[in-house]
Write a new protein. Structure first.
Length: 140
């Protein structure tokens, strides 16, 4: 299952996703993974949440991001939740909305086969998203 927390800069998306990740870390019977560019949130996340820094693996662009996320999932079948903060920062300097839409479609097909929930923060107005991505928007 894919979920998107969408809003402009300063809307509280990171605070929301951190809260969701910490709650999942406490209640999940499996593993919870949090992916971000940099390690800014290492002290905000519970120790039960595994923090992964995309900069450490030189992940830039949505094709690489897709491969990275599915690689993490392939390496650990016990993951129940994956949180991705700063999606467009990971996606690259230019906001590739088409590439983001393709990645979301591919991940949605992947998560249908498993019980993994992947939640992204997306810094833009909801109207800017590709039509296929709008169905995954959740209210904060």
């Amino acid at each position: 299952m894919i979920k998107l927390i969408v809003g402009t800069k300063g809307a509280g998306k990171t605070k929301t996703i951190v809260s969701m990740a910490n709650a999942a870390g406490e209640s999940s019977n499996g593993n919870v993974v949090f992916v971000e560019k940099g390690m800014k949130l290492q002290y905000d996340l519970a120790t039960s949440v595994r923090l992964v820094d995309t900069e450490e693996y030189d992940i830039v662009g949505f094709e690489k991001c897709y491969g990275f996320l599915t690689g993490i999932l392939a390496g650990n079948y016990d993951i129940t939740h994956m949180f991705v903060d700063g999606t467009f920062k990971i996606g690259g300097a230019e906001r590739d909305l088409c590439g983001f839409g393709k990645m979301i479609d591919a991940l949605a097909a992947h998560t249908e086969k498993s019980n993994v929930e992947i939640i992204f923060t997306v810094s833009c107005d909801a109207s800017e998203l590709p039509e296929n991505a709008k169905q995954y928007i959740i209210n904060q």
